[in-house]
Design a binder for this molecule. Structure first.
Ligand code: AMP
Ligand code: MG
Length: 494
């Protein structure tokens, strides 16, 4: 089930639970022992709540009042163990920047159990067997980024993990300097990664490998369990979900930054938020990760990298699933991606129907935007009110020629719409967010948090949840990114 299709459990309004009533299960621990390592969290010193997400609390049947108790802080700190909790880290491998690393695993994430199909994980809760030389911690700045961004992606209608809460602490963690440690309690319907399969394939542990495939089908594609061809259908669905996810990233202007195979979800979710960015100025070649010297994970290359990653998954699955059949499925990836992208861009452009010919118009637009110094989000929001008067749109562009040419073609294409201008505007305002959480906005919230002021986290959380609304009180974040902060690269250190 897609994350966005998970219904809010309205039962919980009648029957919200206290933490001491919560009952966790641990389905992943039924897998062979090689798949995980039982490990206890190492709590942070002097923890305190920074923010909690009442909407995620509802998914877990947790009473909202519980979120503001001392026991809840202990819970997020790995220091309060609800009934049934059995903590563990998951093992996986992965291709990092194209190079195979045979063993990675949850080096700083500790799973604490499952409620209503949501697997709870503490990111930054200390070392595990898979920490390698890492300290098992996460710093405040990267934790705020993950906490807010996963909610922002959800608000935009993009499949993602989410988070129940973030806590800060007085725990010192060393990166390039001393910083404060934090923990995000994240939730997901699956934490299985492409790299999880790569681990067992590389180790030639075929019994575990097959058990993991069956587990992933039961967890993420339960409708396939009784199908005779369930394995190839499983791969086909992973390819389809990944293609659709990538189409959404590209349409909204999201640059993930670290598309290693260990950061690719078998459930088709956006996972592991690191040095990501929303585009400020539109640039196909945008690189948001400081470590990405050659632009492997540049914005424009993301759909190709997903293809590469799916092929790595295909190789890993080949001991169990016919490679010829998987090759055939991969032959459709490009078409699946293009179709999904057309759909997303058609919505952004206010077309009532899309057809293959629209691709040319879309490419003409992207070609025009490249080099016009245009804020990607602002451009589409402005276009959402376009009624033939070009002044406002042209004022966003460095030169007018390419945009005027494109608007001529766009005007022509809009004639195919049957409904009026008003209906198009309404539809486009629901497809083109007014706000995305750009890095400079997050940085402002982080700078304040480092001064122990957390109001901006709450403000950005509100925007994240409803990015299509006007929010006049946050108007200052709706414009162009200030020049000095545009298209910045971020470090992977977190
Ligand atoms: P990431 O780039 O955050 O997806 O992490 C890549 C790998 O490094 C994963 O296996 C992480 O668990 C591990 N890792 C990252 N940071 C740390 C840390 N501070 N301590 C231990 N392991 C880490
Ligand atoms: Mg990761």
């Amino acid at each position: 089930m897609s994350l966005l299709e998970v219904p809010l459990s309205f039962d919980c309004y009648d029957n919200p639970m206290k933490l001491n009533e919560l009952k966790l299960t641990n389905p992943y621990l039924d897998l062979p022992q090689e798949c995980h390592d039982r490990v206890k969290p190492s709590p942070l010193n002097e923890p305190f709540l920074i923010h909690a997400n009442p909407y995620v609390a509802r998914l877990l049947d947790i009473d909202e009042e519980e979120l503001y108790t001392q026991d809840f802080v202990r819970f997020v700190n790995g220091d309060y163990h609800p009934q049934g909790s059995d903590t563990f880290a998951m093992c996986y491998a992965g291709h990092q920047f194209g190079h195979f690393v045979p063993r990675l695993g949850d080096g700083r994430a500790i799973n604490i159990g499952t409620v209503n199909g949501w697997h709870l994980q503490l990111k930054g809760a200390g070392q595990t067997k898979y920490s390698r030389s890492g300290d098992g911690r996460a710093v405040l700045r990267s934790s705020i980024r993950e906490y807010l961004m996963s909610e922002a992606m959800y608000g935009l209608g993009i499949e993602t993990t989410r988070a129940l809460a973030i806590i800060g602490s007085n725990h010192s963690v060393y990166r390039q300097e001393w910083e404060k440690g934090a923990i995000v309690l994240r939730v997901s319907p699956s934490w299985v990664r492409f790299g999880t399969f790569e681990y067992f394939a590389h180790k030639k542990k075929y019994k575990e490998h097959e058990a993991l495939i069956d587990y992933a089908i039961a967890e993420s594609y339960p409708h396939l369990e009784t199908e005779a061809d369930k394995y190839i259908l499983f791969f086909t669905e992973v390819v389809g979900k990944t293609a659709r996810l990538l189409a959404k990233w590209q349409a909204v202007g999201f640059n993930h930054g670290v598309m290693n195979t260990d950061n690719m979800s078998i459930h088709g979710l956006t996972i592991d938020y690191g040095p990501y960015a929303f585009l400020d100025i539109y640039d196909q070649n945008n690189i948001c990760n400081h470590t990405d010297q050659y632009g492997r994970y540049s914005f424009g290359n993301q759909p190709n990298v997903a293809d590469w990653n799916l092929r790595a998954l295909m190789t890993a699955l080949s001991p169990v699933i016919s490679i010829e059949k998987m090759e055939k499925v991969m032959g459709h990836y490009g078409r699946l991606y293009t179709r999904a992208y057309l759909y997303e861009m058609g919505r952004k452009l206010g077309f009532e129907r899309v057809n293959e010919d629209d691709l040319e118009l879309i490419h003409q637009l992207l070609g025009a935007l490249q080099g016009l110094n245009v804020d990607y989000t602002l451009f589409f929001r402005t276009l959402s009110r376009y009624d033939g008067e070009r002044k406002e749109i042209l004022s966003l562009c460095l030169y007018h020629g390419p945009m005027n040419d494109w608007l001529d073609a766009y005007d022509e294409r809009l004639k195919e719409n049957k409904e009026g201008v008003q209906a198009r505007h309404e539809a486009m305002l629901k497809a083109n967010p007014k706000y995305v959480l750009k890095n400079y906005m997050l940085q402002e919230a982080i700078d304040a948090a480092e001064r122990e002021e957390y109001a901006l986290v709450d403000d950005l959380f509100k925007i994240a949840q409803d990015p299509f609304a006007e929010h006049p009180e946050y108007e200052r974040w709706a414009g162009e990114t200030p020049e000095e902060f545009r298209n910045a690269k971020l470090s992977c250190s977190s």
